[in-house]
Write a protein that binds this ligand. Structure first.
Ligand code: NAI
Length: 241
């Protein structure tokens, strides 16, 4: 990462935190956008000898995101990478799903990606950059009770490919990862029976660790993927192939 600055949304915990720490291990500096306190992640990164900052921001609000991105540029002097990782679930069968539940998931998971990407682009146009969006295999396969979430995650894939085409010539790569069943608070909330059923369906017979997603995100941000853009990599232990 060579001192490059990466903004990671939802970096206070779960997959986002694992990405932040892994990139710092690889010599990167990190800015975390989250609504829950990210100061513990920042302290961990600083102990590793890298620079890090936390901005309390709701990614679904464009104005707040624009200000947050500007504050990163002022404090860290550059913005090289963006990881659009913040996401929520509000699961319900469609007939019972309230309009607010649909709107909220789309606002955070999909509009949040638009907001952050649009806000960082002007900084990336100067020196190029790399963007990784965190989708989900649910956006490809669909899932009962997750029509709002699946629509947001499928939307991210279409967005990824469009922006990859729009900005390839300006030296900006845009890719996505589609995790399967990863051990975080988001999946901890599922009941034990659903978790057991999921694991049975995974060819590798175990949930993924957040670090296993982080390594793929690192690959996509780094020069190791210099000829890859507009791609979606599944990180699902074979659950989707
Ligand atoms: P998590 O719930 O542990 O972490 C999500 C983070 O996003 C939290 O720190 C939360 O505060 C933050 N966040 C939520 N709404 C926000 C907002 N409006 N503005 C700023 N930050 C916000 O979840 P996890 O599992 O780490 O998920 C990370 C991403 O990975 C999400 O986009 C999720 O959809 C995706 N994913 C997770 C899978 C899993 O099995 N855990 C599978 C597939 C995709």
């Amino acid at each position: 990462m060579n001192g490059k600055v990466t903004i990671i949304t939802g970096g206070a915990k779960g997959i986002g935190r694992a990405i932040a720490v892994f990139l710092a291990e690889k010599g990167g500096d990190i800015a975390i956008f989250d609504m829950v306190d990210g100061s513990e992640t920042v302290a961990t990164i600083k102990k590793m000898g890298r620079n890090a900052m936390y901005v309390c921001v709701d990614v679904s609000d464009f104005k707040l995101v624009e200000d947050a991105v500007e504050s990163v540029y002022k404090e860290m002097g550059r913005i090289d990478n963006l990881v659009n990782n913040a996401g929520i679930t509000l699961d319900r069968l469609l007939l019972r799903m309230k309009e607010e539940e649909w709107d909220k998931v789309i606002a955070v998971n999909l509009k949040g990606v638009y907001n952050c990407t649009k806000a960082v682009l002007k900084y990336m146009l100067k020196n190029g950059g790399s963007i990784v969006n965190v989708s989900s295999i649910t956006g490809i396969m669909g899932n009962i009770g997750q029509s709002n979430y699946a629509a947001s995650k499928a939307g991210i894939i279409g967005f990824t490919k469009s922006i990859a085409k729009e900005y390839a010539e300006r030296g900006i790569k845009v890719n996505a990862v589609a995790p399967g069943f990863i051990k975080t608070d988001m999946t901890e909330a599922l009941n034990d029976k659903i978790k057991e059923e999921m694991i049975k369906m995974i060819p590798l017979k175990r949930p993924g660790e957040p670090e296993e997603v982080a390594k793929v995100v690192y690959f996509l941000l780094s020069d190791y993927s210099s000829y890859i853009t507009g791609e979606v990599i599944n990180v699902s232990g074979g659950l989707y192939m």
